[in-house]
Design a binder for this molecule. Structure first.
Ligand SMILES: [Zn+2]
Length: 578
């Protein structure tokens, strides 16, 4: 049974500008003819591939094929059912909907109620702040202005009272518990947040949780957050993003800070491209969320041990999303660590920008903080860094970092450092696979890696996708590696589900080339060697003007050709390929 009449849906579809709805989530650029282009949120998009056509009311990604109308976008993006998506679109464009009588999502009503309770609580906390001298003087003491307080809708939870006030407005205690604002004790509900400054945590549709800063001094926990609820999943939200999402694409960079007050103070000082990671568990989902707005990140967390760990975690997660990453080290001249909050409170935005100007790229940051005196320590570091570099999707960035590693440690670069221009038949942006042009050695290699679990961890280290001359096979292998990084294996059905249609086709029709269990490693090493040699020979042609480089490539080729001979003589050469 349809929940809204077909007529209502049609009217809404006509009234809703799809570009305005999509802009709630993804920044769009006008491309002429009234159309828009943006980063596609449904695949790991590095160049804007999603077209939005307001006249037709549709979106279409030419990379992954995702597409549809405005409701489909909201449903897929927000994981909503149809009625919720209809309501979301109607709210966004200010379209009056008739009353809904029935709903299929069993959680829908509960989610909706939790949203309403959070909104109610936010307003109530704001009222309480106005009445609390101690809370007001705390904000004053931190230098938070009236304007900033209003912008972030900061409130105050007194000793008690929310349950009572919410009850008077028809919210039942058990729902307030479910919303995370009350706790159960001895069979009855009690206020969860007491004598705390309350900072609303918002997604793009409103308040989903709160962070509470202790003001009473009676609690061992300085900060307490709402627990996860039906509408609040910690790993899917970044504090501040609902406010900074316009500034981030404008600056084309994001600054990651630790806590609520870092974001709030930075905003007050005029640095608006900032989000807080709130804790050490920076997630892939959060990185992907950020990747829609920019690919440049400045990490500016505390310099203590926990902060350093969190910084490393951020580096790992952001690298896999092809971010270019710098670490802003906040130290005073006397060597004391400072947090962004106190820095901008004292010196304003310029003080932060000055430190940002001296930010180190992630590789130098890691190298500088690691003890690297003995050859063993250096080797270990290089090994680890190479693994990190191998997770990067962007071939050019990979090359840059490999070169940096080489400059700094004089190490030989065993991941390939050169990606040739696409072959002629791929030069136009064709979306068809030219089966005949797929080199048979590359087909064999991709088959053996994807379908032979014993080889996968080795392959990731020594067979970089950019070695392959076929763009299709290289991309397929990239997808496979990404899955391996995520799950520790390449399960073909899972891989299939993650692939865009063209690559699905490639995977299912990949010609089988046989290998034997005993022979696989040997053949694999030989194939990798062959590809490295032919890659180097291409590179040699472009290096004629740089004599040093030319000589170096020549000697690498010689080295690999020697290995080829030793392999022919029966030696196991795999270990030389790392
Ligand atoms: Zn896409």
């Amino acid at each position: 049974m349809p929940l809204y009449s077909e007529e209502t849906i049609q009217q809404l579809k006509e009234a809703a500008d799809i570009s305005i709805v999509i802009e709630q989530f993804v920044p769009l650029k006008r491309t002429g003819g009234g159309k828009y282009l943006g980063l596609c949120p449904f695949h790991n998009d590095s160049h804007p591939s999603m077209n939005v056509n307001p006249h037709m009311g549709i979106y279409k990604c030419f990379a992954c094929g995702a597409g549809g109308n405005v409701f489909k976008f909201v449903m897929e993006h927000e994981k909503m059912n149809f009625p919720s998506a209809v309501e979301f679109v109607a709210n966004t464009v200010g379209f009056p909907l008739p009353k809904l009588t029935q709903t299929q999502d069993i959680h829908y009503e509960e989610k909706d109620l939790i949203r309403k309770i959070n909104e109610f609580a936010k307003d109530w906390f704001k009222e309480q702040l106005a009445k609390s001298d101690s809370a007001k003087s705390y904000l004053e003491q931190r230098g938070i202005t009236e304007k900033t307080k209003d912008l972030f809708e900061i409130g105050y939870a007194p000793q008690s009272g929310l349950l009572l006030a919410a009850g008077k407005n028809g919210f039942k205690p058990e729902m307030i518990v479910k919303a995370g604002l009350a706790a159960e004790k001895d069979g009855r509900a009690i206020d969860k947040f007491r004598e705390r400054l309350m900072i609303p945590i918002c997604n793009f549709s409103g308040v989903v949780a709160f962070g509470g800063r202790d003001l009473g001094g009676n609690s061992p926990a300085k900060y307490m957050n709402s627990p996860e609820t039906l509408i609040y999943n910690k790993s899917e939200i970044l504090f501040g993003l609902n406010k900074s999402r316009r500034a981030i694409p404008k600056e084309d960079s994001v600054i990651l800070v630790e806590g609520y007050f870092d974001v709030i103070s930075m905003f007050q000082s005029g640095v608006e491209n900032v989000v807080a990671i709130s804790g050490i568990g920076f997630s892939d989902t959060q990185a992907k969320l950020l990747a829609r707005y920019t690919k440049t990140a400045y990490i500016s967390l505390d310099g203590d041990e926990a902060g350093q760990k969190a910084t490393e975690r951020c580096i790992e997660v952001l690298l896999a999303q092809s971010f270019s990453i710098s670490v802003v080290n906040l130290m005073s001249e006397s060597g004391e660590k400072i947090d962004p909050d106190s820095l901008v409170m004292q010196g304003g935005a310029e003080a932060f920008r000055a430190h940002q100007g001296k930010a180190k790229n992630w590789l130098n940051y890691l190298a500088d903080k690691t003890k690297l005196t003995s050859p063993d320590e250096k080797a270990k570091f290089v090994e680890r860094t190479k693994k990190l570099i191998a997770t990067m999707n962007n071939a050019e960035l990979r090359n840059q970092y490999l070169n940096l590693l080489k400059e700094r440690f004089g190490t030989s670069v065993s991941l390939p450092v050169f990606r040739p221009k696409p072959q002629a038949e791929f030069a136009q942006n064709t979306d068809e696979i030219h089966w005949k042009s797929l080199p048979s050695i590359e087909i064999w290699l991709v088959n053996v890696i994807l379908k032979n679990p014993d080889l996968q961890s080795t392959a990731i280290q020594i067979c970089d996708p950019s070695l392959l001359s076929s763009r299709w096979l290289a991309e397929l292998l990239d997808y496979g590696y990404a899955l391996y990084e995520e799950t520790g294996k390449i399960e073909l059905r899972t891989l299939y589900d993650k692939l865009p249609d063209t690559h699905k086709d490639l995977l299912t029709h990949l010609p089988e080339k046989p290998w034997t269990k005993e022979g696989a490693v040997k053949e694999f090493s030989n194939a990798v060697l062959k590809l490295r040699i032919s890659r180097l020979k291409v590179e040699l042609k472009t290096a004629r003007e740089d004599f040093e480089r030319y000589k170096e490539i020549q000697s690498q080729i010689k080295h690999y050709e020697d290995l080829e001979q030793r392999a022919k003589d029966g030696e196991d050469i795999l270990k030389f390929l790392y």
